[in-house]
Write a protein that binds this ligand. Structure first.
Ligand code: FEO
Length: 399
């Protein structure tokens, strides 16, 4: 049965929700599911903006048929070719054989990489800023490379002032019947998933996101239709403000992320003592994760969010504990920067983790490493308390 939502007089959401998928991209946990958004515009010509993941293709095809109500599909705009959006292109071509595909040169390279169907006669290849009239509506295309793949573009409907923003401004989380940002308490229920989505999926490409934000500033945008999560029709400044911070690697809040690794609980104990000292000093805007038990995407999201990071780890094979090393690798890959970092290490015979962590952090941009590194041997003793207290005081100073 069709399951669509109306966005405006002639624009419809025709996507689907997936609550079965455990890992998005087979990497990221999505306990609240994910939506694959797609949109149909009914004008003199009919236009579909992107397709969906194969997992929701049946729902999607029913939705399109319902909205088209017997009309044919004239255009498919392909803003992004990652398979969570391009998986149903061939089905669309088979169902609507006259459909024309709209994309840029890189789009069609990728179409040919993913598909073998003959597309030459149906290709409309556009360039930056080009326009296409489909009746009352004129669509304008802007490149947004690396937000999140090189072929990504966004499409602006000049008539309705709608931006189809591809992966930009999306979020993890299935839609549960809602569609619009004003149907939810976004800042309470969605922002953590939106941050985790942006920082882990697009986080590396801050300067490219900045490029898109600059292009958008020249447009009068009333509605943003991303490929995942709610459609935005109000409070756009909130959404743009968050993306401005994330894409310039500016922390959102003064606060402390404490990420620890612990084999038998002793390093955890040291991290807990520090957290307690911080709370005693009034610093309660903190989050704390065991990196062995928490997927790194949650830790990365908070690394973007907070001004301060504490890394506490055992030494392992004369190096950083492997799971902590993975976090550091991901911080580097996703361009985490502009943070104040404190280090705590544990080592029963040769603690070397702090030195190695410093070396990792020195390869990231603008990381201020606090001098008061805490080193314990095997477990924290009463004599170590002073150095943890001193580190907490130092962190408080920087906040
Ligand atoms: Fe939602 Fe880059 O795909």
């Amino acid at each position: 049965m069709y399951c669509t939502r109306k966005i405006s007089e002639d624009l419809y959401w025709v996507g689907g929700n997936d609550r079965r998928l455990t890992l998005f991209e087979n990497i990221f946990p999505i306990p609240r599911g994910v939506s694959y958004n797609s949109f149909v515009l009914l004008d003199e010509k009919t236009v579909l903006f992107d397709t969906v993941d194969a997992a929701v293709s049946r729902q999607f095809l029913e939705n399109i048929a319902y909205v088209l109500n017997g009309r044919t599909l004239d255009y498919l705009v392909i803003n992004h070719m990652e398979p969570d959006h391009c998986s149903v292109i061939e089905d669309i071509v088979m169902r609507y054989p006259q459909v024309k595909l709209i994309g840029n040169a890189k789009t069609f390279q990728m179409v040919q990489q993913f598909y073998e169907f003959k597309m030459e006669e149906r290709v409309i290849q556009i360039k930056e800023g080009e326009e296409l009239s489909v009746g009352k509506h004129t669509l304008q295309f802007f490149m947004a490379p690396m937000v999140h793949w090189p072929e990504v573009m966004v499409t602006y409907d000049q008539c309705s002032k709608v931006l189809f923003s591809a992966d930009g401004f999306g979020s993890f989380g299935a839609l549960n019947g809602i569609l619009f940002n004003d149907e939810v308490n976004f800042d309470r229920d969605w922002i953590d998933d939106a941050r985790r989505y942006y920082t882990n999926i697009v986080g590396k490409y801050g300067s490219q996101m900045q490029g898109l934000l600059k292009k958008m500033a020249a447009l009068d945008i009333q509605i943003i239709c991303p490929l995942h999560g709610p459609v935005w029709r109000s409070n756009l400044d909130y959404l743009l403000g968050k993306h401005q911070k994330w894409s310039t690697y500016e922390s959102e809040e003064k606060g402390v992320l404490i990420a620890y690794a612990s084999m038998y609980g002793n390093t955890q104990n040291m991290a807990e003592v520090l957290a307690g000292e911080l709370a005693e000093a009034g610093i309660t805007n903190t989050s704390m994760y065991d990196v062995s038990g928490t997927h790194y995407s949650y830790v990365i999201a908070d690394a973007f969010k907070y001004t301060n990071i504490v890394l506490a780890t055992p030494t392992y094979n004369g190096d950083i504990y492997p799971v902590m090393q993975q976090l550091l690798d991901d911080m580097k890959a996703l361009n985490v920067q502009n943070k104040t970092v404190a280090i705590m290490e544990n080592g029963s015979w040769g603690p070397t983790a702090a030195k190695k962590i410093k070396e990792s952090l020195e390869n990231m941009k603008n990381m201020t490493i606090l001098e008061n590194t805490v080193t314990i041997k095997s477990s924290m003793k009463i004599g170590d308390r002073a150095s943890v207290k001193a580190l907490a005081a130092k962190i408080v100073e920087t906040l």
